[in-house]
Design a protein around this ligand. Sequence first.
Ligand code: CMP
Length: 134
Amino acid sequence: MRERSLILIKPDAVERNLIGQIINCYEEVGLKVMAMRMENITEEVASKHYAEHKGKAFYDELIKYITRSPLCAIILEGKDAISKIRQLNGHTNPAKAEDGTIRKYFGVNLTENCVHASDSVETAKREIAMWFPN
Ligand code: CMP
């Protein structure tokens, strides 16, 4: 099924000039960039995006990290985009990520793990509406 997903290329990856290499990974498997923009997000935006994690042990560190420098928000579209992207991104923890995945190659640690992607079609709709209201 043709789907859309919201991707964030996170601050650690933008800081290390990895935007092009990461987008290339998605394009190589046939996914299409539909929209893209850079933003150094505020704490307010970060807390909205990560609302489900509020109260967890890693939350404060996550908000500090995701707001520290610009990130790149992208809408990707393609056949089975949600599962394709999640497979390509790999395990949330780069130390446990499978060979050939973005987080295995480029991830630093559990917080600084390069990329975020929507985990379901419903989440993608909510995240795309939030990041790209127009
Ligand atoms: P992401 O896919 O953007 O979703 C939540 C983020 O929280 C996750 O990637 C990591 O960057 C970060 N994080 C830090 N610690 C944890 C943890 N223990 N479990 C899940 N996510 C974590």
